[in-house]
Each structure stands twice: as structure tokens, then as C-alpha cells.
Design a protein around this ligand. Structure first.
Ligand SMILES: O=C(O)CCC(=O)C(=O)O
Length: 250
């Protein structure tokens, strides 16, 4: 693997707050290659969208059709498979959740300027229903600088050590699982800005959200959802395709 090492202090911070920001995991060239690939893939995907897919994949309220997300980059696209298997990233993930790593699911999240809407408060472990709550981690890699203006993530510190809460899906949005606003308002959400090439790691139980993009810059990121050797998505709330799991460090 890599000689890149998280410090004891960083590991303690992750255990206590349920998230950790590590800057400079990827170089600007690696990020530029990923962004070029997103442009190509987005063009192809936009041209092939069915009416049903448009509801879930397109931003609402933009003048021209703009994609909100792309699924399974680590499986679908060699550039992202390489990123998900990058020794520096894997070293961090292995220190945080242990060996035998697989990417069970991955997503590119996009927030175009003037249109990128918020993602409500949720816990990844509600979506994934893992056999071991501590065996899942999301590595959220900022492709653009992610700030409070363009929609960085916000976390409720310490909720990694609490329960998985009930979620609901709004009418007509079965995939948009979230906790009720009156429950979410009881938690203080801490912004986690991260510069392009940096990674914001979060535990599967950590409550998180992102705000809307109020800037004139895009906010693009890729999330790799890793599990360790002992863990699988035993009781997922949505259907996940087992054929797209990527073994990255068996
Ligand atoms: O990028 C976003 O806005 C949401 C990301 C997220 O919820 C996640 O990576 O778990």
C-alpha cells in the first residue's frame, strides 16, 4: 500500500466526531482527469435518460438540463476505479475501518451553480443496513473546492456513536431518504469544507447533509462507500446491485 499514514490524533478525531478531513490526497492532475471523465460521461448519460430517470438524476429548476448525480463511477469508469484503489486513499480507509476493502457503491454528486439543491439530513447506514455499523465508511472526495457557499457537507459531531434513526422518503422521491426536519433540527451541524483533491471521511452512522450551491462555481464530488472484510449491506433500505461491488484491497 502506501506510506501515507493518518496520525493517532486523526484517528481519535474520527472516533470521537464521526468524520475526518484529509487534504491533498489527490493531485490536481488526478482531479483534472476525473473532471474530464465526468464531462464525457454526463454527455452520454444525459442523451440516454428515460423520463423516469430524469426525475431522480436531473436538478430541478435549472434552465438547461443538469445532472445531479451519476451512479457507480468506481465500477463504471476506469479513472474512478483507479481513484478508489489509490494507495494513499486505501491506506487511510484501512486505518479507519480495517482491511479487506470493497467499494459496495459509489456516486458522483454534482451541484451546478445557481441550481444545485440541498441534500437533507440522513445517515448512510440507514440506506445501507450494514451487518456491522462500524464497518462502513464514506470517502467523499472534493473535485472542486467545497465550501459553505457552494454546498460542502455538514456533520452532526458524535452521531457515529449513536443509533441509526428512522428515515422517511417524501412523496414521489422514494430514493431521497432523510430524517424528519423536527428531528434534524435537534442536531448542530458543523460545516466540513474541503479543498479540491482532499477527502472528507464519514462513519456510516454520522448524520450529514449538504446545503444548496449559492455560488457561481460548480461543486462536484465523488463518494466511495467502502466496507471492510467483515461487513456487507445485510438489510439495505434501497436495492443495491451486487454485481457492481469493486474489490479494491482484498
Ligand atoms: O454530496 C452531497 O451533496 C451529498 C453526499 C452524501 O450524502 C454522501 O456522500 O453520503
Amino acid at each position: 500500500m502506501s506510506d501515507f499514514q493518518l496520525t493517532e490524533q486523526q484517528l481519535a478525531e474520527y472516533r470521537e466526531t464521526g468524520h475526518l478531513t484529509v487534504e491533498d490526497v489527490f493531485s490536481s492532475d488526478e482531479v483534472a482527469a476525473a473532471l474530464r471523465d465526468i464531462d464525457d460521461w454526463s454527455r452520454e448519460f444525459l442523451a440516454s435518460l428515460t423520463d423516469e430517470q430524469r426525475v431522480w438524476y436531473l436538478e430541478r429548476g435549472t434552465q438547461t438540463p443538469a445532472l445531479r448525480k451519476l451512479d457507480n463511477p468506481a465500477f463504471q469508469r476506469p479513472v474512478f476505479r483507479q481513484m478508489a484503489s489509490h494507495p494513499r486513499l486505501l491506506k487511510c480507509v484501512e486505518q479507519l475501518i480495517g482491511p479487506g476493502l470493497r467499494v459496495w457503491f459509489s456516486q458522483v454528486f454534482m451541484k451546478p451553480p445557481g441550481g444545485g439543491g440541498p441534500k437533507p439530513v440522513h445517515q448512510d447506514n440507514f440506506y445501507f443496513g450494514p451487518s456491522d455499523l462500524d464497518g462502513v465508511i464514506t470517502a467523499w472526495l472534493a473535485l472542486d473546492d467545497a465550501t459553505t457557499e457552494n454546498g460542502c457537507l455538514y456533520y452532526a459531531d458524535g452521531t457515529n456513536n449513536g443509533p441509526v434513526l428512522d428515515h422517511f422518503a417524501p412523496e414521489g422521491e422514494p430514493f431521497n431518504l432523510q430524517i424528519p426536519a423536527e428531528v434534524a433540527s435537534q442536531y448542530e451541524m458543523t460545516p466540513a469544507p474541503v479543498m479540491s483533491g482532499g477527502v472528507s471521511f464519514h462513519h456510516g452512522n454520522t448524520l450529514h447533509q449538504s446545503s444548496d450551491n449559492r455560488s457561481d462555481r460548480p461543486r462536484r464530488a465523488v463518494a466511495f462507500h467502502y466496507v471492510n472484510a467483515k461487513t456487507d449491506f445485510a438489510n439495505p433500505a434501497l436495492k443495491y446491485d451486487l454485481d457492481v461491488i469493486v474489490e479494491v484491497a482484498p
